[in-house]
Design a protein around this ligand. Sequence first.
Ligand code: FES
Ligand SMILES: [Fe+2]
Length: 393
Amino acid sequence: MTTFDDSSPLDVSPPAPEGSLVPTLGGHYYCAPDVFVGEQQTIFETMWMCAARTAELARPGAFRKVQVGRESVLVVRGRDGELRAFLNICRHRGAMLCTEDSGEEPRGLRCPYHAWTYRLDGKLFAAPNLGALTDETGGGIDRRRYGLIEVALREWLGYAWVCLADEPPSFEVDVIGSVTARLGDTEAIDRYRIDELALGKRVTYDVAANWKLIVENFMECYHCATIHPELTEVLPEFAGGFAAQYYVGHGAEFAEGAQGFTVDGSPGLTPIPGITPEQDRRYYAITVRPTVFINLVPDHVIIHRMYPMAADRTVVECDWLYMPDVVEHKRDVARSVELFHRVNQQDFEACERTQPAMASRAYRRGGVLVPSEHHIAEFHRWTLDRLAGTDRA
Ligand code: FES
Ligand SMILES: [Fe+2]
């Protein structure tokens, strides 16, 4: 538990609770290990988390290992073509089954410790001297009972989403609902046909900052004029610092001179067919709590997935998705990727600059939100509500 020395001579009285400045969470919410444990319990281990791109798991036995809260989870393609998710733990003596981040094990998952082997549907398949093992009735052991522990999995937008809760919340409400609430209707996201797009580029960022700083940064645009020169060239309204992108259904319009969503305003790649004229030449940003950002532009989609690893460390995997012909024909996506790669670097550098201050006495009671950031207060209330089930709030 992080404690604070209240005998400090510094004036750290709380920010004004009225007027145009709204208080933030106190600094310890961003650096205290026990708050992070509370978030693992009440957020990452109970909500739907985006785990893996399904196209990368096309063949039977293909797997991806991801961290979900405190658990290591395997997403595996079965022989029957189904994707399943399991805790990455051997039922014998608990060894981690897979240590690689991804791979292919078409013949099943074999524990490297004593060679218990599981079918791709999780059932225990083989073990040394398995035939000699008996259950409490003296009969042969039930191979399902000692199978891998399965966790809930849903596929949407070409990704496998997993949930560790015994009774997962509604995927339709929590995940799909947050996208449709932002875009204003249920069809807007479908028009981008994200599950049919192909991966043009993936960059993984290891960010020395709390995951909430990254969410809050993504949700506001007050910083855009200061740190995103390339982005504000393409999206001039972002230079105003208003959170216009968070009005329901609103997308930021491209600059008149910008031919595409690229680092130099040069033309983009193959347009995604089916998007409406209103969606053309516009950028939409969507936050899917807790850890996913979706960015829509006419010729590609950028999806961020965060893996919170510690109170002060978050791994962010960012995918740039294009029409399949762009990837098949190896068209040059560099100028397209470079725009948001720079935005990511600029954003994460800002978050890393902020993180050390979270433990400072100067930020013990937090800071303030200016009016264009007021919607972040709702995210703070949401976080406190989730934590209320623990003693960490
Ligand atoms: S711990 Fe896996 S086979 Fe023994
Ligand atoms: Fe930003």
